[in-house]
Write a protein that binds this ligand. Structure first.
Ligand code: ATP
Ligand code: MG
Length: 336
């Protein structure tokens, strides 16, 4: 590490700085192209500059995963790279005798964790921590891991167990669109920003097949329902119901096409996350039937109407507030 020196530096400090600069130049101007370095622990000397230069060189060469010892650094490519996530590639990492010898990938982490559970006589829980700043790709990475386990942890023998496990995997994957519709929103940094944290537990049986999942969410940014920063949006689900409801549903939920809601800023922007059908389909797979869904969407529509109520400033704070617009209020009472 480069040391910050205050005041006069001693001769040995100056020497070590000069030698570090020499090492740095040797490393950066070395024979081996930087993008070929697959493990950041092999970077020498380890400085912020060498690590970043190495990651930058790999990014420029369209290589988005790099090992850092037992940690994986994932860079967000900000473009779709379908060939990096095919079922065939998942299988390649799954059947590889030593997945860590393959190119760094999120599937290596998935497979090694899977093998750690598998190889032990008494199963031991394994945890994967996905962390990074907003927009770094945490949600994307968790989705990839879940898809990976849905493929590799499903090799049942009988037709019946195949049917059951298929349903479980499908349900586990379907939890993502539902959680994202209700808990994600467009922010300045990320069009699909998770406004909550989550702990996902994938449960395997002794044959290492997926038998279930439990998701715990925490710290949901509830204030976003009533208050959004300019250029940001409310949770996706509100836009989905307004844009995707059928004519009948609009009547039922009191959402006419020309309605405007003060809690729905920037609704003219259409994002790929606005797809209501995906959410509905996923809810159905999770066992939330159409009447229950209708009730949920009615409550959401009611909330939007509630947001349009304006209160008159009261002279006496001890007295109830007067509404600015009585007509709107009556409509809400009917709706709720
Ligand atoms: N590996 C990837 N390949 C292609 N696109 C990606 C990848 N990782 C991330 N992205 C893109 O970047 C966007 C932001 O990623 P993501 O939503 O996962 O960030 P995040 O870390 O969960 O952010 P937040 O903390 O705001 O929720 C994704 O919607 C996707 O478009
Ligand atoms: Mg996220």
């Amino acid at each position: 590490m480069l040391q910050q020196v205050h005041g006069h530096s001693s001769g040995s400090d100056a020497q070590s700085r000069a030698s570090l600069r020499g090492d740095l130049q040797d490393f950066l101007g070395g024979e081996a192209p930087l993008h070929q370095l697959e493990d950041l622990t092999k970077v020498n000397p380890v400085t912020l500059e060498t690590v970043l230069r190495c990651l930058q060189a790999r990014y420029m060469a369209d290589i988005f995963y790099t090992n850092a010892g037992c940690t994986l650094v994932a860079l967000n490519p900000f473009k779709p790279i379908p060939e990096l996530y095919t079922p065939e590639l998942m299988q390649e990492y799954h059947v590889a005798p030593q997945p860590q010898t393959l190119k760094p990938h999120i599937f290596t982490v998935g497979e090694q964790t899977y093998r750690n559970v598998k190889s032990l006589i008494e199963p031991v829980n394994q945890s994967i921590v996905v962390s990074g700043e907003s927009g770094a790709g945490k949600t994307w990475t968790s989705r990839c891991l879940m898809k990976f386990y849905a493929v590799v942890a499903a090799s049942p023998t009988s037709w019946e167990s195949h049917r059951i496990s298929e349903r479980i995997e499908q349900r586990i994957l379907n939890s993502n669109p539902v959680m994202e519709a209700f808990g994600n929103a467009c922010t300045l940094r990320n069009n699909n920003s998770s406004r909550f944290g989550k702990f996902i537990q994938l449960q395997l049986n002794r044959a290492q097949q997926m038998t279930g999942a439990a998701v715990q969410t925490y710290l949901l940014e509830k204030t976003r329902v009533t208050c959004q920063a300019s250029s940001e949006r409310n949770f996706h689900i509100f836009y989905q119901i307004c844009k995707g409801a059928t004519k009948d549903e609009r009547l039922q939920w009191h959402l006419p096409e020309d309605a405007t809601f003060s809690w729905l800023p920037n609704s003219q922007r259409t994002l790929e996350e606005d797809c209501f059908e995906v959410t509905r389909e996923a809810m159905l797979h999770l066992g939330i039937d159409t009447p229950t869904q209708n009730n949920i969407f009615k409550v959401l529509a009611g909330l939007l109407h509630l947001g349009n109520i304006q209160f008159a400033t009261s002279e006496d704070e001890a007295q109830p507030c007067q509404l600015m617009n009585d007509a709107k209020f009556r409509r809400i009472m009917v709706l709720l």
